[in-house]
Design a binder for this molecule. Structure first.
Ligand code: AMP
Ligand code: GLY
Length: 420
């Protein structure tokens, strides 16, 4: 079958790469994709937020399965348009995607359906938010309700910074509509993990648990980013930890969405903290994580497209098998990321073996015959091995070939694994 991936980042490169390896797939298209994906897919010049043009293309080209990558496409209603036309699509519709699109909605769902989470209060009036912050004191986390590309979360160090953040969001219109409502949340203490699940018709199938690194610099310093590197597995898909997180957090929310008349289909991502009281969820994403997809998908041994296709067409699911290996990925980012990435610089594009040494491209474009940087996160360099240390060493050895002027990367991805 012909498969269409919607999106243009590293996650979509990994989705295209994995789809290409399926025995069920004849051709993979990516809309709009990026110049670094050309060996894995045919690029289609349609925006990922144009539901009509994407569905027109799918009809014209005879696409049998479409997988949506980014939240922007979900919130723009790409899945709704495909479903309206009876086109097979993997990804939640607009209503269910609110679980990511609105942190206020998401928090209400967590509370109503008893998924353990950080306590929080929502505000639209800045004075009320400040009074509440004065009452509870620091530490707290302040979040814009809507999508803000990973930048709508602030952990203020002083009361002044807390008040300024409230004003920026509610009065200063810093995030536009996304900041018209804010959440003031209890700060959780513990280690952070990412759990991705396949979800359809109330069935939740977890993947291996991963860990991302959100801060820009080593030792978890600097501003929050989309993610600077990740590794997996921390816990196997069958482990007690993963099963507990599914039972107490993922399944109740999936069931809750069904009860609210918004049944969920697609990847569901739980951002989890392992606290002294067990797993708590701080956010849901209505999609695969990026860079989590790039390290989790290479560990999946079962035919990826068969899982999704069978799910959507109500056929029996294959037994889902995971490799026993470890995968680690290190992001190469543009200097200045996340605030003001400097782009347009030439890149090194070595060819790795495409089995246990991989590159997934994100912010790149063609210039003449070579690739130049074209975004905050340029690429993810992935290495896979039987043990974590070998994977780690291989990833950082390859990083030496990829690091070029005007780029940077974290040198401590996966360090916590050495102490596990
Ligand atoms: P989010 O956009 O909700 O994923 O938040 C971005 C990052 O901020 C998370 O990955 C956490 O590292 C941090 N964060 C968010 N909420 C909390 C919280 N309640 N307690 C501690 N850290 C948090
Ligand atoms: N890596 C975090 C995210 O995709 O939101």
């Amino acid at each position: 079958m012909k498969v269409l991936i919607v999106g243009k980042g590293g996650r979509e490169h990994a989705l295209a790469w994995k789809s290409r390896k399926s025995s069920l797939v004849s051709e993979v298209f990516v809309a709009p994709g990026n110049a670094g994906m050309k060996n894995d897919a045919t690029l289609v010049g349609i925006s990922e937020t144009d539901p009509i043009a994407l569905a027109d293309f799918a009809e014209r080209e005879g696409i049998e399965l479409t997988i949506i990558g980014p939240e922007a496409s979900l919130v723009a209603g790409v899945a709704d348009e495909f479903k309206k036309r009876n086109l097979l699509v993997w990804g939640p519709d607009k209503a269910a995607a609110q679980i990511e699109g609105s942190k206020d909605f998401s928090k209400q769902m967590m509370v109503k359906y008893n998924a353990p989470t950080a306590h929080s209060e929502s505000f639209t009036v800045s004075q009320k938010a400040k009074d509440y912050i004065k009452e509870i004191g620091l530490p707290i986390v302040i979040k814009a309700d809507g999508l803000a590309a990973g930048k709508g979360v602030v952990i203020p160090e002083t009361m002044e910074e807390a008040f300024a953040t409230v004003d920026d969001m509610l009065e200063g219109n810093k995030f536009g509509e996304a900041g018209a409502c804010i959440l003031v949340e209890e700060m959780l203490v513990g280690e952070e993990f990412s759990l991705m699940c396949f979800v359809h018709q109330g069935v939740v199938i977890p993947m291996v648990m991963a860990q991302d690194h959100k801060r820009a610099y080593d030792n978890d310093e600097g501003p929050n980013t989309g993610g600077m590197g990740a590794y997996a597995p921390i816990f196997d898909a069958q482990s007690e930890e993963v099963q507990t997180a599914v039972t107490t957090i993922m399944q109740p929310i999936v069931d809750g969405l069904t009860q609210e008349g918004m049944p969920y289909t697609g990847f569901l991502y739980g951002g989890l903290f392992l606290t002294k009281d067990g797993f708590k969820v701080i956010e849901f994403n209505a999609r695969f994580g990026d860079p989590e997809a790039q390290i989790i998908l290479p560990l999946l041994e079962t035919d990826f497209i068969e899982i999704i296709y069978n799910f959507l067409t109500n056929k029996a699911l294959p037994v889902i098998k995971w490799s026993k290996k470890f995968a680690i990925g290190v992001v190469l980012a543009s200097e200045g990321y996340p605030d003001s990435p400097q782009t347009g610089y030439p890149l090194n594009t070595p060819t790795f073996n495409d089995e246990d040494e991989l590159i997934f491209y994100a912010g790149v474009k063609d210039q003449g015959n070579s690739l130049v940087s074209d975004g905050g996160r340029i690429l993810l360099n992935v290495a896979i091995a039987d043990d974590f240390k070998t994977a780690y060493d291989k990833a950082y050895a390859n990083m030496k070939q990829l690091a070029v002027p005007h780029t940077f990367f974290r040198s401590d991805i996966g360090h916590k694994q050495f102490n596990r």
